[in-house]
Design a protein around this ligand. Structure first.
Ligand SMILES: *Cc1c(COP(=O)(O)O)cnc(C)c1O
Length: 408
């Protein structure tokens, strides 16, 4: 269980929510983790403080010995940060959670908190650029062996996982081509050698995919994306089993210091209140946009896990509730023509970010994936006419009209 609430009243709220499985997602997202201070504020307070005081030297000594409950320092824990952590923990149904200052701090913490020299890690080649950097460049420096596989090919996972394998790390749907990794199959292969399964669930969001129910041990999020979803704050989350989070992840984060700011925790906490509404609306829009694109002559192919022409549609339906707010598509044309299309858009913004209320479009090969080798780009299908669209919350008719005008 997360945190300590000595100075706060109403501290049973999170426990009540935990014990009452009848509460729906919307209720949990609005009320889960709330801890009111003695002022009884409606909306959660921002505890914008680094430190805490003690009534006596004895109390301070007791706090450090763990004999009395309470906060010590905001690098370790903070009331607003705890409320955010508790709300997302309830949403995922995880035993425990810690938050971080960014998604990459969460990915780094989930891996570096337990890996050691001699370990082996397996991951798909189709990974978010900075995740690939940690796995491909940083881990080998510490004598950790890595194998990169085609994440869609279960045989490659089976061949790569061996007795030294300590972790598998995967993203599904993947960035930017929205490939699906079979979480259940990969988890059973990994568990046969006692490897931990870490799923970066950013593209699916906690609304559309529940990796823990599919056998994952650890979920990481960039909360910067759909959880904030309004372009305001960076943040990250690591969720998993009680002992792993409490004994392995928490000390690593506490002593290395990627703490989430209380202000950012508050924006993320407020973001969670509308997460279900926003994700459902973005997916409604994405479905319409994907169908429009699939019927347009200027479009060579659409990659959308919610459409039956996605190469892994059956797997997507099995492990995801809906097809995600991201749509990838390839144009019939050159890079120059693809740039001309992007430049003609007037509602949709050109940006490398995703999961925002504003629709954002990316040309991966020249931006997010510009450091990936040409061979790997070819293998991953990242061509010069591939674009990734993060569908936002605007009126879908306006998005379709904008795309139609720019394609014409
Ligand atoms: C954005 C992103 C990250 C990194 O998150 P930051 O908050 O930017 O540090 C990691 N994984 C995926 C899939 C992402 O989209």
């Amino acid at each position: 269980m997360v945190g300590v609430f000595l100075c706060l009243e109403d501290s049973n709220m999170s426990k009540d929510t935990d014990q009452n499985p009848k509460l729906g997602i919307a209720t949990q997202l609005i009320r889960g983790g709330t801890n009111r201070s003695r002022f009884k504020e409606t909306s959660e307070a921002i505890f914008m403080n680094s430190g805490f005081v003690y009534d006596s030297a004895e109390e301070a000594a007791g706090r450090f010995k763990g004999e009395n409950e309470g906060f010590i320092y905001s690098r370790y824990a903070n009331p607003t940060v705890n409320m955010f952590e508790e709300r997302i923990r309830l949403l995922e149904g995880a035993e425990n959670v810690r938050s971080t200052s960014s998604g990459m701090a969460a990915v780094n913490g989930a891996l570096m908190s337990f890996l050691k020299t001699g370990d082996h890690v397996v991951a798909p080649k189709a990974l978010f650029g900075s995740c690939l950097y940690i796995i491909e460049t940083i881990l080998p420096r510490f004598g950790i062996d890595i194998t990169l596989v085609d994440g869609t090919d279960n045989t490659q996972w089976e061949q790569a996982i061996r007795k030294e394998t300590a972790a598998v790390f995967l993203e599904t749907p993947s960035n930017p081509t929205l490939e699906i990794v079979d979480i259940e199959t990969v988890a059973s292969l990994a568990h046969a050698v006692d490897a931990k399964v870490i799923v970066d669930n950013v593209f699916a969001t906690p609304i559309l995919q529940k990796p823990l129910e599919l056998g994952a041990d650890i979920i990481v999020y960039s909360a910067t994306k759909h959880i904030d979803g309004q372009g305001r704050s960076l943040g990250g989350v690591i969720l998993g089993k009680e002992d792993f989070i409490e004994e392995v992840v928490a000390p690593y984060l506490k002593h290395t210091g990627p703490a989430l700011s209380p202000f950012n925790a508050w924006t993320l906490l407020k973001g969670l209140e509308t997460l279900d509404l926003r994700v459902q609306k973005a997916v409604d829009n994405a479905e319409q946009v994907a169908d429009f694109l699939a019927g347009n002559k200027a479009v060579k192919r659409v990659l959308y896990p919610g459409r039956s022409d996605h190469p892994q549609y059956d797997l997507a339906r099995k492990q995801m509730k809906r097809g995600s707010s991201l749509v990838a598509f390839e144009l019939n044309g050159s890079q120059q023509e693809t740039f001309a299309f992007l430049n003609k858009l007037s509602v949709i913004d050109i940006s490398n970010n995703l999961g925002d209320s504003k629709s954002l479009i990316t040309h991966p090969t020249t931006t997010t994936h510009s450091s990936v080798s040409d061979e790997l780009k070819a293998e991953l299908g990242i061509s010069e006419s591939l674009v990734r669209l993060s569908v936002g919350l605007e009126d879908s008719d306006d998005l379709v009209r904008d795309l139609d005008g720019a394609l014409g």
